[in-house]
Design a protein around this ligand. Structure first.
Ligand SMILES: NC(=O)N[C@@H](CC(=O)O)C(=O)O
Ligand SMILES: [Zn+2]
Ligand SMILES: [Zn+2]
Length: 443
């Protein structure tokens, strides 16, 4: 295939040839189509690297009423995400080789490339996990979240040792449950769907509880020479702690989610229990400070923590509703809208969703539009925003916390040269390709 006249993230206008092996053959000017070669005319549109979303929950095995590998990967493809990394809090949890194999068989339904993370619980089996093409350890839960996989400091230290011995990164969910404010959940919470409910959750899983856990996790990892990636940092303080640790010479990176960048307690009042997630939404002041760090280049990765639950589940009262919001399909769209409005540079967005996660996790064929890399590509008209509406998205959970915000959505998404998603710009009609996804740790 030949893609002609595309604008790259750095502003260069180039033709891009994709070889039969699904890799980028050439990025150059003035390439001519070979006989029989498919040509994608891209003039006036941007060609970006497919996003590498290192934090999704596709729910299989065990939660297919919330999401499946098929529905989740369709949602990813429609949002320009070409690689996803699935987290271990499924049922059964991915804590040993058998559970890994069960998940890997289901992931064969994926339209996009994927990694499968291994989890840590009291009865995990590192030997059999690392025997498999494991992506990384994580998310290792330092407090309970969906799946109740919270572990103590000793087990976390063991996990760091096991990972460090094999040069495997460790993604950590850092909150300290001993610092949660139980009083926040007492009294009248105002009922389902009200501002009081979401506010109570944010007060309960307090910002300090995250910052303390992040600092401790960074220190424990540095002591053991382990590579640590802090998932979903919701506070500017935690982002700063990661940056300082890295400047001190340790291998530490942070990730921020779109919901912590675009929603806050003040902005998401109407979400009620639909706005409950871990770590929770913070104040508008903290959100702005987090966004400023993204713009300044202090955020390493933006990943979604795509955590679908059904509308029926999210409608339960504050204490019973599960934590988590979907987001894999709106990652690139929200960030590209911020490019359109001048808040972020396109190169920054490319780096935090594609180039950086690929580099941090050692995916040397992903994350860049360059010769020799996999042709995981997104074609998008960056001047054409649409209103985000759940009805037009593809997650099985059928709702979005970003309803009504604007997003810039892909027209075409390619995984190793195969078209996995195409949207007719005139009618908006979506069509999907075959499940070509592969485990990125298998060559
Ligand atoms: N973020 C969440 O609130 N929920 C996630 C788990 C997690 O990432 O902690 C889920 O799997 O539902
Ligand atoms: Zn988490
Ligand atoms: Zn998660």
């Amino acid at each position: 295939m030949l893609i002609t006249g595309a604008t790259l993230a750095d502003g260069r206008v180039r033709d891009v040839r994709i070889g039969d092996d699904g890799r980028i053959d050439a990025v150059a000017e003035g390439l001519d189509a070979d006989a029989g070669e498919r040509v994608l005319e891209a003039r006036g549109r941007h060609l970006l690297p497919g996003a590498v979303d290192v934090h999704v929950h596709f729910r299989e095995p065990g939660g297919s009423h919330k999401e499946t590998w098929r529905s989740g990967s369709r949602s990813a493809a429609a949002g320009g995400v070409t690689t996803v990394v699935d987290q271990p809090n499924t049922s059964p949890p991915t804590v040993d080789g058998d559970a890994f194999d069960e998940k890997a068989a289901l992931a064969a339904e994926s339209l996009v490339d994927y990694g499968i993370n291994g989890g840590v619980t009291a009865d995990w089996d590192p030997e059999s996990l690392f025997d498999r093409p494991l992506f990384a350890l994580g998310e290792v839960f330092l407090a309970d979240s969906t799946g109740d996989m919270g572990i103590d400091a000793d087990l976390f230290a063991d996990a760091l040792d096991e990972a460090s011995a094999r040069d495997a990164p460790v993604t950590v969910h850092a909150e300290d449950a001993t610092l949660f404010d139980d009083d926040a959940l007492d009294g009248d919470l105002g009922g389902v769907g009200t501002a009081a409910t979401a506010d109570a959750w944010s007060a309960y899983r307090a910002a300090d509880a995250e910052v303390a856990a992040v600092e401790r996790a960074l220190a424990a990892a540095a002591d053991r020479d382990a590579q640590v990636h802090v998932a979903h940092t919701s506070t500017p303080e935690a982002v700063d702690a990661v940056k300082e640790t890295r400047e001190g010479g340790a291998a530490a990176t942070c990730e921020v989610t779109p919901h912590h960048l675009y929603l806050s307690r003040e902005r998401a009042r109407s979400l009620g229990t639909f706005g409950r997630m871990n770590p929770p939404l913070r104040s508008e002041e903290r959100r702005e400070a987090l966004f400023a760090r993204l713009a300044a280049g202090d955020v390493d990765v933006v990943a979604t923590d795509h955590a679908p639950h059904t509308v029926e589940e999210k409608r339960r009262g504050l204490v019973d509703a599960p934590s988590g919001v979907p987001g894999v399909e709106t990652l690139y769209p929200l960030l590209l809208e911020s490019v359109r409005t001048g808040e972020l540079s396109l190169e920054r967005v490319r780096d935090v969703v594609a180039a950086n996660p690929a580099e941090i996790f050692g995916l040397d064929r992903k994350g860049r539009v360059a010769e020799g890399r996999d042709a995981d590509l997104v074609l998008v008209d960056t001047a054409d925003p649409r209103e985000i509406e759940a009805a037009a998205l593809h997650s099985a959970c059928a709702w979005t916390p970003f309803e009504g915000l604007r997003g810039v959505f892909p027209e075409v998404t390619l995984v190793r040269g195969e078209v996995v998603y195409e949207r007719d710009p005139a009618t908006g009609a979506a069509s999907f390709g075959e499940p070509v996804g592969r485990n990125v740790r298998e060559s």
